[in-house]
Design a protein around this ligand. Sequence first.
Ligand code: 4AD
Length: 455
Amino acid sequence: REEAQSIVLVDDPTKEAKRTKIFAVPELVGSRVRVQGWVHRFRPQKTNYFLIVRDGTAMLQCILTGDCIKTLDALDLVTESTVEVVGTIEKVKEGQTAPGGVELIVDYWKIIGRAPGGADAFDGRLQPDTDASIRADLRHLELRGEIATSVMRVRALLLRAFRERFHARRVTEVTPPCMVQTSVEGGSTLFEFDYYGAKAYLTQSSQLYLETALPSLGDVYCIQESFRAEKSLTRRHLSEYTHLEAELVFIEFKDLLDHIEGMICEVVDILLADPVSAEIIKTLNPDFVPPQRPFMRLDYRDAIKYLNEHGILKEDGSDHVIGDDIAEAAERKMTDQIGRPIMLIHFPKALKSFYMKALESAPDFTESVDVLVPGVGEVVGGSMRIADLEELMAGYRREGIPHEPYYWFTDQRKYGTTEHGGYGLGVERFLAWMLKRYTVRECSLYPRWMGRATP
Ligand code: 4AD
C-alpha cells in the first residue's frame, strides 16, 4: 500500500505546482503554477490549443500542446467550461501580447465542469442586436462578459472610494431599515406590502432615518437599496437602485454644495488613479474628463430662462414657466448643451417634498440641489431640511401627509434641533455617467425595472 501511495504522489502532476489566483501570475515567471478558472476564449489549432482562462481576478493565456490535446477532455472543451491548468509561466515572446504579458505552457490539465456546446454554447458575448428581454433573461450569463465584468469591477471600486472619502471626513456609516411605514418622496412610487397584517413599504430613501442618527453619531451616510414603483420605462429609472445618502449637521446650504462637489471630484480622482478602474474608464469612455471645480451653479429660475432662450420646449410644445417640473428630456438637453456637471439649485417648494427648507429670500423656493451630468441627467438630489417644528408641521399639512407616523422624525425638532442637510446619489446613474453606459440597467448586478424581477 505504501508503494502505491508513493506512486500516486510521484505521478501527481499538480505536485510542486504553486496554487495561485491569476492576478498574481505575472510575478511567477519561471514557476510551475496551478490555476483554476473558466475558459473565456478557446482557439483550437492543429498542434496547439490557445485558451484564455478567467478566474475573476484576471485572465491568463494558456497553451496546450502535444499529449495535452490528445485527451478525451480536449475533445469536449468549449468556452465557459471550468478547468484546472498546470504548467510553467513564461513571458510572451517579443512582439506578442497576452494578458499580463505572460502565458502558461500547460503540461497537465483537466475539465472541472463541462459547458454546453452547439446551440447552447455561450462565450460571454451577446450580439448587440439581441432582443432586450432575452438579454435580461440571460443576465446571469451576460455578467461573465468583459463589459459587464468591467462595470461591476468599477462599481466595487467606486463604493470603496466613497467609503474612503466619507471615512476621511469623519462621516459614519449606518444601515437604516429597508422595511418602513413612512414615505419620503411621495406616495406615488411606494411599493406597499403586508407586514404582519399592517401596511408597510419598501424604503424610497433612508434620509429620515439618517437625520435621526445625527444627534448620536454626527455626520452619517448609508449605502442602501432604495425602491421606487416607477411606472415608466426609461434609461435612468430602476425599481430598485443603490442609494448612497449622507446627512450632515451644523451646516449651511453652501457647505452642502461644497461637500457634494468635493465628494464627486475626489471619488473621480481615486478611480482615475487606480490602474484597474483607470484602464476600464479609458476603454469604455475614452473621452471622459474629470469635472472641473467649481461646478456651475444654476438657479432654477435661470434654468427656466435658459430653456426658453435655447428653444428647449415642454412636451406639449409650449415655453417653460416658473413652477414647471423640468421634464427628463428637457433637463438632459440642457445638460448636454452645457456639457459639464451642473448644480441646479433653488427648486420651487411646490415641486419638492415636505421636509425641504425654504429659501429665506424667496420662501416659495427651497434650499435644494440636483446635480446634473451630461448623458444621464440627475445623479444627485439633496437639500437643507426644515429645522423648525412649526414649519415642519406646516410641511406635512401642505402635502396632506398625516404627521402621526412621523413622530420619531418630528421629535428631532423637539429634542435639540439644528440646521442640517443631505443628499442622495444614484450609484447606477453615477456609473452610467463615468462609464458611458446607455442605461443604468447595465450598472446594476441584477437590474429591476417595471415588470422585471428575474433572474
Ligand atoms: O432625488 P431623490 O428622489 O432624492 C431623495 O430620495 C432624497 N430623499 C435623498 C436625500 O436627500 N437623502 O433621489 C436621489 C437620487 C437621484 O438623484 C437619482 O440619482 C437616484 O437617487 N434615483 C434613482 N436612480 C435609479 N432609479 C430610480 N428610479 C431613481 N430614483 C432616484
